[in-house]
Design a protein around this ligand. Structure first.
Ligand code: GLU
Length: 292
């Protein structure tokens, strides 16, 4: 009884069904499962399928098949993000109501043209930690009348966080890191990301917003994921602070790289789990391949 009342640590594996799982996913799932077991915790599965254009039922079925083959169990049911758009909308509405988010109308092509034009003059356009250009200030600086006119005309738009305004509201943020890179209390630096996207014109949420909302709704205490998402944690801590959500502990594990030394991608078939299974590799072989 007392055992049941004690709050158990909660871990989650959160793949996107936009391609077949590869060795990198197997590693992440193993590390999550092994850490959950060691902590006497629970393991949840979250299907991150907000990108309705790229995610398919076939890839989702592949995730279940691959995890079953690897012998990784999760608490049923898995949370499918596409069934919870109302939760992300509610979080976005709160930020909009506080004046912290604005509609952005520039297309990808328009942003690219602005960056190129600025580079032609010799200026260096600022880039985020992933190397993408920061969003130009055009939409943030629009007059309210102009903004309303564009919205009522039905122009396609995303919603973005007004980073400058937001940072003025929150104090210094940090997170507890136990992963394979820098460890300890890490100072968050959300400003490096500029006006991050909160919902897209073609998807009613963004990765950053939905991951933060779901980690809180699912009471996740330990986020275990690849080092490629280390810097994104700064944005996640900021959104948690704005939405009054608790901060989990973070563990960013090493990435599995291909023979070219680059991070694996879903288009490289030779490291795909289904492909390796079909070639007769065992689960022990997979653990060995990822260095476990
Ligand atoms: N869905 C993300 C991915 O497949 C992982 C997100 C996370 O673990 O926070 O890369």
């Amino acid at each position: 009884m007392i055992e049941n009342l004690r709050q158990k640590p909660v871990f989650r594996f959160a793949p996107s069904p936009n391609g077949p799982l590869h060795l990198g996913h197997a590693f992440s799932a193993f590390v999550n499962r092994d850490m959950a077991n060691a902590a006497g915790g629970r393991l949840l599965l979250r299907i991150e399928d907000i990108d309705l254009a790229r995610c398919t039922p076939e890839f989702e079925a592949g995730i279940y098949a691959d995890l079953n083959w690897l012998g990784i169990g999760w608490e049923m049911p898995a949370r499918r993000q596409s069934e919870h758009f109302a939760d992300y909308q509610a979080a976005l509405d709160r930020l909009v109501a506080r004046g912290l988010a604005y509609p952005s109308f520039l297309t990808r092509g328009e942003v690219k043209a602005r960056v190129l034009a600025s580079q032609d003059t010799g200026a260096r356009w600022p880039r985020d930690p992933d190397g993408s250009p920061l969003y130009p200030p055009d939409d943030r600086d629009r007059s309210e009348a102009n903004r309303q006119r564009l919205l009522t005309s039905g122009r396609k738009h995303a919603w973005r966080l007004d980073m400058e305004k937001t940072l003025a509201l929150v104090g210094k943020l940090s997170w507890t890191e136990t992963g394979d890179g820098e460890k300890g209390e890490i100072a968050a630096d959300p400003s490096a990301w500029g006006d991050v996207v909160l919902s897209r014109s073609d998807a009613p949420s963004s990765y950053h917003l939905s991951v933060v909302v779901d980690d809180a709704l699912q009471a996740v205490t330990h986020v275990v994921r690849g080092l490629d998402l280390f810097h994104a944690t700064s944005v996640h801590r900021l959104l948690q602070a704005l939405l009054d959500l608790p901060a989990p502990t973070y563990h960013h594990h090493r990435l599995i790289v291909g023979s070219d030394g680059r991070k694996l991608s879903k288009s490289e078939r030779d490291t795909g789990l289904a492909e390796l299974r079909d070639k007769g590799q065992s689960v022990a072989d997979i653990r060995h391949l990822v260095g476990l």
